[in-house]
Design a protein around this ligand. Structure first.
Ligand code: NAD
Length: 488
């Protein structure tokens, strides 16, 4: 395997930058455990340098027209598409996700995002309110310098989902990838420079939680956007509080899928499998509580088992492979711990449940896609985010009961409904406490759709026009057209 060593660890002020004084760390190929790159974490001094570069560059970027900014973002989208095969390979090496996924869902999603926000950059406008002579107009202004902190499951997608709307609106950006997957954000930075982005507008600094915390508390940063777990979200909001930073939080979930008796069985199973096994189950919006109505319950469980047992698990770089390993040994231990709890607490193991050792990939963090049936709401596997390929199936009798049980969670990221009854589909989706929902499909996240959570799953929205609101501030301007009516 060719190593994926980048030119340097960081990208600051338009160029790759190494800083040997930061502690070194390795990134591994999860299928084999091999080291694919060695990098250095940033020091706080280096972060400060990135902030200074971003602050210096941002005013000129904001003065360009939206169309000019958008042209650069759209050009970057084209370059990403030209380099998709190469970037997808690096994303597979960094995450272990199957290449058949990374080819369509990672760099490709980043390109869609840059194209979308490039397209609407010229359409970011304020409004006018006529006061019968006097009038008020609003200006949608950039926040200044924004920062993003990423998770490891969709490294380049997360970097783009955060940076593209920010840049379109005239902000500068500093991104800290997950320490588990540091590579493709650097490629994004390199491509943005090639597309014409001025130096200092998109910067990448590497590091662990301490560097994330430094960004979150930094007085020179106006906004922090995190994709990560709920506990990290609490810490980041806390660190951002003294400077009253604007925050976007894309956090974890325990999302429900409701499958009614009248649903297309095979479509519902396909949706539930997508919502539990794609990316080896490491997706925040996964529908890990599959509520199935009694009338089709037994058939659903049996067909889900049969289809799950056909999933091709193997070499992530083989285009035929449908499921790769988990990101790390620690993540596999965590998932196996939840599976053990599921068994102990009385859930019925339908398939899977074990770690897998694959020939040629003996050090890979593989695990069999797992289904539990007869899961009850109080079981740990029905309450906590597992972040692995573990589906829990829970029977239900009535719509009212299913909605109440689906909502009985602290999370609220996503939800899905499978039914052929039009009125029930809309009624239940309206009643579900979630930010991102689907009817008769699951886990599709086109750039046109707002994405984000409610309750403890998040604050703010990514993607769609809504993301612009989260990277701009509104200024109102009152304009008088007559004399000042003063009593003094
Ligand atoms: P994590 O919370 O462990 O880490 C996320 C990022 O936060 C990493 O870059 C990490 O270095 C950084 N970090 C850790 N401690 C920090 C601190 N105190 N201050 C600032 N930054 C800190 O999450 P993870 O394990 O990388 O990812 C999995 C989690 O992310 C899951 O809970 C998953 O649901 C969630 N996630 C959410 C979305 C979404 O869009 N809602 C998408 C993907 C993943």
């Amino acid at each position: 395997m060719t190593a994926a060593q980048p030119k340097a660890s960081h990208y600051i002020n338009g160029e790759y930058r190494e800083d040997m004084s930061g502690s070194s760390f390795e990134t591994h190929y999860p299928a084999s455990g091999e080291t694919i790159a060695t990098l250095h974490a940033a020091t706080t001094d280096l972060v400060d340098e990135a902030v200074a570069a971003a602050r210096a560059a941002q005013p000129a970027w904001a003065k360009m027209t939206g169309v000019e900014r958008g042209r650069i973002l759209r050009k970057a989208a084209d370059i990403i598409r030209e380099r998709n095969a190469e970037i997808s390979r690096i994303e597979t090496l960094d995450t272990g996700k199957a290449i058949q996924e990374t080819l369509v869902a990672d760099a490709a999603s980043a390109a869609d995002c840059l194209e979308y926000f490039g397209g609407i950059a010229g359409g970011i406008t304020g409004e006018t309110a006529d006061l019968g002579g006097d009038f008020v107009y609003t200006r949608r202004e950039p926040l200044g310098v924004c920062a993003g902190i990423g998770a490891w499951n969709y490294p380049m997608q997360i970097a783009a989902w955060k940076a593209a709307p920010a840049l379109a609106a005239g902000n500068a950006f500093i991104f800290k990838p997950s320490e588990m997957t540091p590579l493709t954000a650097l490629i994004l930075a390199e491509i943005l420079t090639e597309a014409g982005l001025p130096a200092g507008i998109f910067n990448v600094v590497q590091g662990f939680g301490d560097i994330g915390a430094h960004l979150a508390s930094h007085p020179g940063i106006d906004k922090i956007s995190l994709t990560g777990s709920v506990p990290t979200g609490e810490k980041v909001m806390g660190a951002a509080a003294p400077t009253l930073k604007n925050v976007t939080m894309e956090l974890g979930g325990k999302s429900p899928i409701l499958v009614f008796d009248d649903a297309s069985l095979e479509d519902a199973i396909g949706g539930a499998m997508l919502g539990n096994f794609y990316s080896t189950g490491q997706i925040c919006s996964n529908g890990t509580r599959v509520f199935v109505q009694r009338g089709i319950y037994d058939r659903f469980v049996e067909r889900a088992r049969v289809r799950t047992e056909t999933i091709r698990i193997g070499d992530p770089l083989d285009p035929e492979t449908q499921m790769g390993p988990l990101i790390s040994a620690a993540q596999r231990e965590k998932v196996l711990g939840y599976i053990a709890k599921g068994k102990d607490e009385g859930a019925r193991l339908v398939t899977g449940g074990d770690a897998l050792t694959l020939q040629g990939f003996e050090n890979g963090h593989y695990i069999a896609p797992t289904i539990f049936a007869d899961v009850t709401d109080d079981m740990t596997i029905a309450r906590e985010e597992i972040f692995g390929p573990v589906m829990s199936i829970l029977p239900f009798e009535t719509e009212e009961e299913a909605v109440a049980r689906a909502n009985a969670t602290e999370f609220g990221l996503a939800a899905g409904v499978f039914t052929s009854d039009l009125t029930r589909a809309h009624r239940t989706v309206a009643a579900l406490e979630a930010g991102t929902t689907w009817i008769n499909t699951y886990n599709l996240t086109p750039i046109e759709a707002p994405f984000g959570g409610v309750k403890r799953s998040g604050i703010g929205r990514e993607n769609s026009k809504a993301a612009i609101d989260h990277y701009t501030r509104l200024k109102s301007v009152y304009v008088a057209t007559g004399p000042v009516d003063s009593p003094y």
